[in-house]
Design a protein around this ligand. Structure first.
Ligand code: BTN
Length: 241
């Protein structure tokens, strides 16, 4: 895949970098690899309709536009792996022991440090274009009631948002080259939070014990539950932290 990050668009304030990117893609105004960065998002969006709130100017909030992805929808989870591994690689490189909480939340211990919102545009069963939204807590120190953390809190040092952005772009480029590499799955599992550890989860029927044993190709979480394998989609299961 062609490199990303040659064109960086910097916005002072926007509703959501994912919305902005989608609008400009629809208008035919963006080329593959554009990175759209905002100092402030007024309506930052998270997964499953949640909001993504961060203090203006403190953290990294940006989107990356990928054109000509040409990935079948059944393989869409590869993008999740690529982005999660890029974030973990970046954070581990800074001495932060980050893990991937399935599917693509990045945690340090029980605290969230980054979130990812990938939105795809399809043609038939093929992903043609993809918008990868990333929120990484860099310098925020207070998170109120949220169980969240930041690079600043983890390392004790101020983090240059530009340096972090360039470093992340480098990682994303590295992992995007491996889009067809089946070894990504093993690497993803090696960094998965609670992989192979008995833990508590919750589904519609209540809390239960299980052990994560893997993630299947369409991204479902596979658990060993009472000695049989059960598969869950994002809406069907919650982690008890
Ligand atoms: C989540 O963990 O729920 C996903 C959070 C994704 C937040 C990022 S910030 C940049 C981009 N623009 C958005 O509106 N959301 C994503």
């Amino acid at each position: 895949m062609e490199e990303i990050g040659r064109n960086i668009i910097r916005l002072e304030s926007v509703d959501s970098t994912n919305n902005y990117t989608a609008n400009r893609v629809r208008a035919g105004e963006l080329r593959h690899g554009a990175v759209i960065l905002a100092v402030e998002q007024t309506q930052g969006r998270g997964q499953m309709g949640a909001v993504w709130l961060t203090e203006p100017g403190m953290n990294l909030t940006f989107s990356v536009y990928l054109d000509n992805v040409n990935l079948s929808v059944e393989r869409q989870f590869i993008l999740t792996k690529i982005v999660s591994l890029s974030l973990v690689d970046f954070l581990n490189g800074r001495g932060v022991a980050a893990k991937i909480k399935w599917p693509n939340d990045i945690y340090v211990g029980k605290k969230k440090i980054a979130g990812v919102l990938i939105e795809n545009m399809l043609k038939g069963s093929l992903i043609k274009k993809s918008i990868i939204g990333i929120g990484l807590n860099t310098n925020q120190k207070e998170f109120g009631d949220l169980s969240a953390t930041s690079l600043r809190l983890q390392t004790g040092d101020h983090c240059s948002n530009d340096e972090a952005l360039f470093s992340l772009i480098e990682r994303l480029n590295k992992y995007l080259q491996r889009i067809d590499d089946s070894g990504l799955n093993r690497e993803y599992l090696d960094h998965l939070f609670r992989m192979g550890e008995p833990a508590s989860f919750e589904d519609d029927n209540g809390v239960f014990e299980g052990t994560i044993i893997g993630v299947d190709t369409d991204g479902k979480l596979c658990l060993d539950r009472d000695s049989s394998v059960k598969k869950y989609s994002l809406k069907e299961i919650k982690f008890i932290l």
